[in-house]
Design a protein around this ligand. Structure first.
Ligand SMILES: [Zn+2]
Length: 378
């Protein structure tokens, strides 16, 4: 029995096809159908056929007196509700979802219908996404795929930063851009693309180059994000550390990923709950001190990795990171997957490995006593 009150106007969720089979009713078609109701005399079929959200509970009871008594109707409705099959046709969508939103995101709402708890509204998660503020650092291979995913999901406030210009060689993976915008600033091209794709979301983009930790801090302070994506790769060997430090100090979770030829990696940092990027790098260097020298060399000599990234790995990693954000924002999506481990994918064999790492009590960023005034090589 469900403790959740019955809907005012009970409606069988229309995502479930109803198959009236021999002495049973199947909810959902296909091999992974949702449930079956045993119904030898067709009396429950009579109920299911009129669960279209136009009748109250008492009207349903009144209309079904020949096949089911009032308690049987109540019991059946409670079981359908507890199974997650009922919604309330009387529910009014939240104010922040427009009529256009309800049409655009109708498939999202159908997805939410399948995963929200019994009696919970499918509108609530979409409304929360509309209220979500995301800062996207980098509109390159993974960043432009994340940007499109955020616009598709209906994230209401997207703030992006990228100082590059579009080149022909970007178009093997950077889905925001097309041939006719080669030479334009990515910021301008992205603004044009997102406004045309989804004019109902706030999209602000800056072409500022992030040159120091304070630049990252300003971007975070201005965007006031609920979640950050760290997908900028310049300056190499520094930007990841700056974003980590600012996000941890600001208590903003973030996700990051990169792809280098056939191998991609992704991780998420949830301040206060798991290790941070500095924890991982410190642990890796503690185990293999020889890693420090190349890191210093990359920083001091401004070495940028040559790009050997193809489109599908960028899409895959963008999908993974977008879901990390969804898991953070929507409780029913489950735990964040990469907050205490690094995901590594070989995109040729599709072998996946998870590398666990732990929070370090002595971490200068997320440890109990954060150091102040850390300086970085120019
Ligand atoms: Zn740390």
């Amino acid at each position: 029995m469900s403790a959740v009150p019955l809907p005012t106007l009970p409606r069988l969720k229309t995502i479930y096809d109803v198959l009236y089979l021999n002495e049973r009713i199947r909810l959902g078609s296909g091999p992974s159908y949702a449930d079956e109701i045993v119904d030898p005399d067709g009396s429950y079929a009579a109920l299911v056929r009129i669960l279209d959200g136009t009748r109250s509970v008492s009207e349903l009871q009144g209309q079904l007196t020949e096949s089911l008594d009032p308690d049987e109707v109540l019991d059946a409705l409670r079981q359908l509700l507890a199974g997650g099959f009922l919604e309330d046709a009387a529910e009014v969508p939240p104010d922040n979802l427009s009529g256009s939103d309800l049409k655009r995101y109708a498939p999202n709402l159908d997805f939410f219908r399948t995963v929200v708890a019994p009696g919970e509204s499918c509108f609530t998660p979409q409304s929360k996404l509309k209220d979500t503020r995301v800062l996207l650092l980098g509109l390159g291979g993974i960043g432009s795929n994340v940007c499109m995913a955020l616009a598709e999901l209906g994230i209401g406030h997207i703030f992006a930063v990228d100082f590059d210009r579009v080149e022909l060689s970007n178009l093997n993976r950077q889905v925001l851009y097309s041939t006719d915008v080669i030479g334009q600033r990515k910021a301008d091209a992205a603004r044009q693309r997102i406004r045309s794709f989804n004019p109902d979301i706030e999209f602000e983009v800056s072409d500022r180059r992030l040159t120091c930790l304070e630049d990252v801090r300003e971007a975070v302070d201005q965007a006031r994000p609920d979640f950050v994506f760290c997908l900028a790769d310049k300056p190499n060997g520094l930007i990841d550390f700056w974003v980590n430090e600012v996000c941890v100090q600001s208590s903003v979770p973030y996700a990051a990923a990169s792809v280098s030829a056939r191998v991609g990696t992704a991780y998420t940092v949830v301040p206060g709950k798991g290790p941070c990027y500095q924890c991982r790098i410190d642990s890796e260097i503690a185990l293999a001190p020889e890693l420090q020298e190349p890191l210093d060399y990359i920083r001091e000599n401004h070495i940028n990795a040559r790009n050997a990234a193809m489109g599908p790995p960028c899409m895959f990693l963008a999908y993974f990171l977008s879901y990390e954000m969804l898991r953070h924002r929507l409780d029913f999506m489950g735990e964040i997957l990469a907050s205490h481990r690094l995901l590594e994918v070989d995109f040729v064999t599709f072998a996946q490995q998870w590398h666990d790492f732990e929070r370090r009590p002595d971490c200068r960023v997320c440890g109990a006593v954060p150091a102040v005034g850390m300086t970085y090589p120019a």
